[in-house]
Design a protein around this ligand. Structure first.
Ligand code: F0G
Length: 458
């Protein structure tokens, strides 16, 4: 067995509390069987998200002490701008307090009713921000992405034929930009190849459509390119990143992922007029353009995090830790999405709980079982998150994939924690017939999975 060893040692520890099965039973019932409603202190290994949950380095913590909290022109902003421009290369760098604000600012500025945004797969907040602003969110990833068994090196690639068909169907004037999500979170944390990026760019050039990146996990995407794409084995990660973004007109970024911080984000953009419009809106809802909803110290932590995330020792450990967890599960025949992605393992709940029909939310049932069994929190990415009522027929439409995501926070848990998680899941798998389905008792009209309440079906 290959154990990824940590390229760091531990200087500060955060104690974890163990709960009993009885306590967990009571808590999950009180939470309406929705793990978003659980107090984090009642969780042993929290794999809800890799977003904003990273452990910062001593260098980042030191940077916090150098926070310049001036309202305008903070030195940390200049450092941030310089770092982001060095890696991403965009002309205007607009800070925001997290990724979805970047999305909201961008889409509320560029979208008009009836416009369309193609993407490989929209993350849920991205889709919601597109739709809320009158747009239509199209998921145009290659078909292989929807088959959890196909081992494709770049399963996050956008399908160029689907993209060209969409451009012809809607017309370039209704497509203000195309997004590429790197890595493709909702499709399993799968990377997009540089070849696919180049080809997308060429196609869009024909129609004069801008290309943007949803860059949350760009460094992990770069690592996969280095590992899998011909011609990149000897390239430094930063050079790969620069090459990716050289094909784009802008990006939205949640620094809560590959910025290695607990809060932060930005928009990178070349178009002067759009940048000015977005900046005006930023002042209205986030703050002055040199802090954008963040403290000066936060900007400093992002600058340092963005430099650390490009370190190959770090990325090798990061990707290997996730892969190691996946391999332990595979050894116990647990069905997972293949190949193993960058930031998370995705349990294939449809196969794991084949006895629970999709309208009884098998991925949610598995999420609840994980908490009950072992105090592990994961997130449902399936019928609850992406299911919705068809406005015409009123019938519930379900997504193709029914997954449970185990997102691994960066630099937080040890190999032993991963062994614990693998054992707990393998145990549930051996006793899977005991797991029951759920029905919804309350749901909100948008992003319902955050606040939904459920009842167990006997
Ligand atoms: N885009 C992608 C691909 C994401 O994964 C996320 C967040 C966002 C945009 C929004 O960024 O949270 O800073 O506002 N993903 C988190 C997750 C929440 O758990 O995958 P945010």
């Amino acid at each position: 067995m290959f154990f990824p060893s940590e390229p760091f040692r531990i200087k500060v520890v955060e104690p974890l509390r163990r709960t009993t099965r009885e306590e967990r039973e009571e808590l999950i019932r009180k939470a309406g069987f929705n793990v978003f409603n659980l107090p984090a202190e009642a969780i042993y290994v929290d794999l809800l998200t890799d977003s904003g949950t990273s452990a910062m380095s001593d260098n980042q913590w030191a940077g916090l002490m150098l926070g310049d909290e001036s309202y305008a022109g903070s030195r940390n902003y200049y450092h941030f701008e310089e770092t982001v421009r060095d890696i991403f290369g965009f002309k205007h760098i607009i800070p925001t307090h997290q990724g979805r604000v970047a999305e909201n600012l961008l889409f509320s500025t560029i979208l008009k009713e009836g416009m369309v945004i193609p993407n490989n797969i929209h993350f849920d907040t991205t889709r919601a921000n597109v739709e809320y602003n009158g747009g239509k969110a199209l998921d145009l990833v290659i078909d292989e992405a929807y088959d959890p068994h196909i081992d494709h090196p770049f399963k996050g690639n956008i399908d160029l034929e689907k993209l060209e068909r969409a451009v012809e169907e809607y017309g370039p004037e209704r497509i203000p930009l195309v997004l590429l999500t790197i890595t493709n979170n909702s499709g399993g944390g799968q990377p997009v190849s540089l070849e696919n990026i180049r080809q997308t760019r060429q196609l869009l050039n024909k129609y004069g459509i801008p290309l943007f990146f949803d860059a949350c996990r760009f460094a992990e995407n770069c690592y996969f390119i280095k590992e899998r794409e011909q011609g990149y084995q000897n390239k430094p990660i930063k050079e790969i990143a620069r090459e990716i973004f050289s094909h784009g007109d802008g990006c939205t970024m949640s620094a809560k992922k590959d910025g290695l911080v607990n809060i932060g984000g930005f928009i990178g953009i070349n178009n002067d007029e759009l940048a000015a419009q977005i900046t005006n809106r930023l002042i209205l809802i986030e703050g002055f353009p040199t802090y954008g909803g963040l403290a000066g110290r936060d900007l400093e932590a992002i600058s340092r995090g963005l430099q650390e995330v490009l370190n190959e020792d770090y990325l090798n450990y990061r990707i290997s830790q996730v892969r190691h967890l996946g391999q332990m599960l595979e050894e116990n025949q647990v069905p997972i999405l293949k190949p193993i992605g960058g930031h998370a393992i995705y349990l294939n709940a449809r196969e794991f709980l084949a006895h629970i029909p999709q309208h009884q939310y098998p991925a949610q049932a598995l999420t609840v079982a994980l908490y009950r069994e072992a105090g592990i929190r994961a997130v449902e990415i399936g019928g609850l998150m992406f299911g919705h009522k068809d406005p015409q027929t009123g019938k519930e439409v379900y997504p193709e994939l029914e997954m449970v995501r185990l997102a691994i926070p960066r630099r937080v848990y040890t190999t032993q924690h991963m062994v614990y998680v693998a054992e707990a899941i393998s145990n549930i798998y051996r006793n899977r017939e005991q797991v029951k389905g759920f029905k919804i008792t309350y749901e909100a009209p948008v992003l319902r999975h955050f606040t939904v309440r459920l009842e167990e079906i006997d």
